[in-house]
Design a protein around this ligand. Structure first.
Ligand code: ATP
Length: 902
């Protein structure tokens, strides 16, 4: 329901109105709304968000829990027991069915809520003009009349009527199904045009594939076109991963096999052993119930959800659940440099002109700091060439710096922020300069062309162009160089030498140039800046590495993961920064242009051998990922720009930057970094490995429990003995251990050695030979102990209910001890932390003890389950037998460690 929209705003044909009419109608102007107006409109129109689709209702979700082959089996069993008038059995079986459904319902709800919360972390932002200034706001706060700025990679945040465009192309597949980007314009189109032909509009939810634009918001939230067709309600993360699918298939296969086995057992028992069919039926049901690991899928799901939450706390936001598993097997990380490995806090440290090489003092955006040449201070006012470089950097600039409570806050690109600070240090006042030389047009910076150009007019009617960008690019545009007095012919060698010199200190280099333009010129074309410019100078900026990134690079290395740096910067800068971070060790740096010349084999070799790649384009990123994957590697790749999307999609784990990343990159990625920080990738990998460990632990714990129970029943029937555990008792054991002991492993903290192991081979099945061996070993120990103690009690003259009570308690005690073993899959438990470090395990054990005491002593439960009270010596016997599993599994680990890996 579009709520609180102006009644006519839905009906308006905004696309057909002239610009002035649109602005008047919306009571807006090109400078943006004031905060106060925006606030009032927000109150009137509501937040710019789509009403979420209704989820399946709680009742339907609850009923869905019964849709499961095991439950059908149990219900059938309940009917048969009812027909035989075994009311207690019927009651218990139905009780179990309901409890199972409740547990599944609660856990599923929890997992879904966890994923919802994470989706909220990804809500998009929008570049807006408010109070005549550019700011970035959560897209939810947009109101009709807001002026929105679009750039490549943005997701259009609301329906916009375009006010100005520069080469704007929008991909509207979400709305029209058309995947070829549509060129946009500002001229009105015919009133009756179809959505796909409304070229004067940009619609909410569509993606800017190239170009820039300014538009006024005409509709928000449910009143937008996308809201009206109510498609695209956010990416819905499904609770499905390859592992879950694999486990599901395994579970179904196992269930079928068990049902067949139970059938055979029933036939064998009635025909050969002459058990009464009713008893035998219950025995067969008992076997089926015992053997099917019904709790496992829920435990895996919850383990994944717990892992996803843990990752979100570490700023790694999972968009697609399978990434959680893949992260654990990543062998190579390709990381961007600027902002991910470095802090993206740029400070100009050197300025090079034809006349001198200036060192610049100070740090950060604070404009305190002077200039010196070979340690001798110089006054900028007396050095016109220095001021000219600084002025060019200030005017050819889209950023703004503001002092808020003594701290300099940057809006825009840090590279440009650093140039504003440089200008202030050189004694220039930003507001005055842009007033004197107002900007009339601009070609914005894009990584593809590596420069930015602006057109200015002074008040005397002169027009000129300022350009800044990567030195190779700018040098190719220049024919002359600036010298006070008279300009001279360009000496490219001189500048290349200077660029190499400062880049070798890890400085990022920009060249600045100047050109004249015809006074009547009001639009800047590429062709105009391609030739005939005058080079003013170079600036070198420092961007310190992140301390935590240095530590994480070392951690990844130890974990058998290669970290490779990819940057748009100069090769010498890349090498020096790589060295500071411990990447590449100052060795070979491969430049993007060289990548183009490699044969596929050479590229595969280089993708693995080289650790630092410079002047790389998004296309190179794609080639590098493909080459690595061909060599069998599992690659993670970071990216932020619109053109990074193919590489992000192709990578095994595509990682987008949450802060400086575009929406397009985020949508192509499996994971988004909330803080753009490399350290968060390492943290996510650690969590990914933990999740996988915990899933393996759950399997390792649950399967022998089922195996032990099933074998106990099987052995009893085959040997023609009484059942040591009745079917309802088995249901009891499964129920209480699944909700307590099994679940506690989902919360296992990371094992200490997790980042000292090599990455997991993704082809390795989750049930490795080792796991199968451990499962078989423990199953046998459990059967031996449970059945053995049962027989012993009977031989000593104990009644059947007493011996059965002992058997159930033995089985549960085994599980408690074995749970402790399972906290470490391979390593022996050496410390109290190894034993008791997970408080959920302790809670679970305490709960199980309480349940078993009730089971043994509470009269109602005694009646329901046919148990009787047992004395302290019996308990001692049970515990002494049960502890053997602990001792034997620890001994197995010790032997395995002595024999070495493999
Ligand atoms: P990384 O891939 O490590 O994040 P990057 O994204 O910073 O590197 P680019 O932004 O593509 O790399 O920058 C490449 C080059 O373009 C820089 O070395 C610099 O010379 C130039 N450059 C960067 N930002 C601007 C800008 N705002 N205006 C003009 N030129 C720029």
């Amino acid at each position: 329901m579009p709520k609180d929209q102006q009644p006519d705003s839905q009906e308006m044909a905004w696309h057909a109105l002239p610009l002035q009419g649109v602005l008047e109608h919306l009571e807006a102007d090109e400078g943006g709304l004031s905060s106060e107006t925006a606030r009032q409109r927000l109150a009137r129109h509501g937040p710019n968000r789509l009403t979420p689709a209704r989820r399946r209702g709680a009742l339907r979700r609850f009923l869905a829990q019964f849709h499961n082959i095991l439950i059908y089996l149990l219900v059938a069993a309940a009917c048969v027991t009812a027909a035989l008038a075994h009311w207690v059995d019927t009651g218990v079986i139905l009780g179990v069915v309901v409890i199972n459904a409740i547990i599944g319902f609660v856990q599923e709800g929890r997992a879904e809520r966890a994923l919802d919360a994470i989706r909220d972390l990804l809500s998009p932002k929008a570049g807006v003009l408010r109070n005549e200034r550019r700011t970035t706001l959560p897209a939810e706060e947009l109101v009709p009349g807001d002026i929105v700025l679009l750039q490549p990679g943005d997701k259009v945040p609301a329906d916009l009527r375009l006010l100005s465009v520069r080469n704007l192309h929008v991909e509207e597949a979400a709305l029209t199904g058309e995947s070829v980007p549509v060129a946009k314009q500002t001229e009105a189109v015919e009133e009756g045009s179809a959505l796909g032909d409304r070229r004067s509009m940009a619609f909410s939810g569509t993606l800017v594939s190239s170009g820039h634009a300014k538009g006024v918001v005409v509709a928000t939230g449910d009143a937008t076109q996308i809201g009206r067709i109510s498609a695209l309600l956010g990416e819905v993360t499904t609770l499905e991963t390859p592992l879950l699918v694999q486990m599901d298939r395994f579970g179904r296969w196992l269930s079928a096999a068990i049902v067949v086995l139970a059938g055979l057992l029933f036939t064998f028992g009635t025909l050969i052993r002459s058990y009464p069919p009713a008893d035998m039926f219950l025995g067969a049901v008992g076997l089926a119930v015992a053997a099917i690991p019904e709790g496992l899928p829920a435990i895996i799901t919850i383990t994944l959800a717990v892992g996803v939450q843990a990752m979100a706390r570490r700023q790694a936001i999972i968009r697609l659940l399978p990434a959680v598993e893949t992260l654990g097997s990543v062998t190579v990380i390709y990381s961007d440099k600027t902002g991910t490995l470095t802090r993206n806090e740029m400070t100009v440290a050197s300025v090079i002109t034809t006349e001198a090489s200036f060192d610049v003092g100070g740090s950060g955006y604070d404009p305190h700091g002077g200039f010196s040449v070979q340690h001798r201070p110089v006054a900028p006012e007396d050095t016109p060439i220095l001021q000219e470089v600084a002025r060019a950097g200030l005017l050819c600039n889209d950023a703004s710096l503001e002092a808020v409570e003594g701290e300099w806050r940057l809006e825009g690109d840090p590279t440009e922020g650093a140039l504003i600070t440089l200008a202030r240090k050189a004694g220039l006042e930003p507001a005055l300069e842009s007033e004197e030389l107002p900007r009339t047009d601009a070609i914005p910076f894009e990584s593809e062309h590596r420069f930015m150009a602006t057109l200015h007019h002074d008040h005397a009617g002169h027009a000129f162009v300022l350009v800044k960008g990567a030195p190779e690019r700018i040098l190719a545009m220049c024919s002359r160089q600036r010298r006070t007095g008279e300009d001279e012919a360009l000496d490219p060698d001189f500048w290349h030498r200077q660029a190499d010199r400062i880049a070798a200190n890890g400085q990022r280099i920009l060249a600045l140039a100047f050109g004249t333009a015809a006074p009547g010129e009001h639009e800047l074309q590429f062709a105009e800046v391609e030739t005939g410019l005058t080079l003013l100078g170079l600036v070198g900026m420092l961007d310190p590495p992140r301390e935590e990134a240095i530590r994480s690079v070392t951690e990844c290395r130890r974990a058998g993961i290669r970290v490779k740096m990819i940057t748009g910067d100069h090769a010498a800068t890349a090498r020096a920064v790589g060295e500071q971070l411990g990447i590449g060790d100052g060795g070979t740096v491969l430049a993007g242009s060289a990548i183009d010349d490699l044969s596929p084999e050479e590229l595969q070799h280089a993708a693995w051998e080289v650790d630092v790649f410079a002047r790389v384009s998004p296309e190179h990123k794609l080639h590098l990922v493909e080459a690595l994957q061909m060599g069998g590697q599992v690659a993670a790749m970071t990216g932020d720009g619109v053109n990074d999307a193919p590489a992000l999609k192709r990578a095994n784990v595509g990682i987008a930057m949450g802060q400086k990343g575009t929406e397009v990159a985020k949508e192509a990625a499996e994971m988004v970094l909330g803080d753009d920080n490399f350290a968060s990738i390492a943290a996510a990998i650690r969590e990914g490995r933990t999740v996988y460990d915990n899933i393996r632990k759950s399997i390792l714990f649950i399967l022998p429990t089922n195996g032990g129970e099933a074998l106990t029943i099987l052995a009893a029937i085959l040997l023609g003995r009484e059942l040591p555990i009745t079917p309802v008792q088995i249901l009891w054991v499964n129920m209480i251990t699944a909700v307590t002991l099994g679940l506690s492993l989902a919360f296992e903290p990371t094992e200490p050695g997790v980042m000292r192991r090599p990455p997991r081979n993704p082809k390795e099945p989750i049930l490795s030979g080792f796991l199968v061996f451990r499962i078989a070993l423990v199953s046998v120990i459990l059967v031996g102990g449970t059945f053995g103690l049962f027989l012993w009690e009977r031989l000593q003259g104990a009644s059947l209910p007493l011996a059965q009570t002992v058997a159930v308690n033995t089985l549960v005690a085994f599980e408690v001890f074995y749970l402790l073993n399972t906290r470490r899959i391979h390593d022996r438990l050496r410390s109290t932390d190894d034993l008791f470090g997970n408080r959920y395990v302790l809670y679970a054990v305490a709960a199980v003890i309480a349940f078993q005491l009730l089971f043994t002593y509470a009269p109602t439960l005694q009646h329901l389950f046919g148990t009787v009270a047992i004395g302290p010596t019996t308990w001692t016997r049970i515990l002494s037998v049960a502890v053997t599993v602990f001792v034997l599994v620890e001994a197995e680990k010790a032997v395995r460690q002595r024999l070495g890996p493999g």
